[in-house]
Design a protein around this ligand. Sequence first.
Ligand code: GLP
Length: 257
Amino acid sequence: MTEHLFAGRRGGPQVIVAGSEREFAVLAADKVQREIRGRADCVLAVPTGNTPTTMYAELSQRCRDGELSFAEVRTFNLDEFVGLPGDHRASFETYMMQNFFTHIDIDMANVHIPNGHAANLEQACVEFERNIAAVGGFDLAVMGIGANGHIAFNEPGTSFDSRTHVVTLSEGSREAHASAFGGLQRVPLEGVTMGIATLLGARRIVLLAKGADKADIVAHALQGPVTAEVPASALQRHQNVTFILDQPAASQLVGGQ
Ligand code: GLP
């Protein structure tokens, strides 16, 4: 059963706690589907990571079942590693192809992924922002959260005014990807990411978090002070945010039930 708890202060993030893995995927997919129903050519910011894989599977199934079409949808990925060829097995581009884009009817001309192997990365960041602006910004931005509170690859200390930029990845963020690369030494030192201001520019935001290892940081992000030390706390300043959590990820929240 879905629980709607921790409604929080007026205008603050809404929190939905899923009762099962299946329900988590359905709730997340419903958010995306609602956007497409509202506007067939909606603009989505989309994440990678372990957390959204079941959402992508659910959306892919709905597309196969003819319930929704991505034919006109535009997507922008949140982030990418620097220095990897797009088809590297651990790139976010490969992740998106494997988990989503090859299973749906999206037009690949409408897919945008930050170019981590551009000759001029700064220029590529400027162009990425220009492309987002050219389509009128995001209708919905879906994101996960890192164990240190990062959103996309915006590590603690990142300015809330930041736009798409190159970042030095924290050791913890690199460790989280070590197995995919076959060891920490092989994980790139840098990433390219939408900035916090880029994400906050979305009309609607959904943050997904699963697992007990996210419980502490989710509580800080939702109920702690708004601080650059917890990048996800910036979401408290947005007027239309929903956190979709599983029960372990919600376990440190105060004030529920
Ligand atoms: C990665 C990505 C983030 C993602 C986060 C959480 O570093 N850059 O965009 O949200 O980690 O990933 P996971 O869902 O695997 O915990």
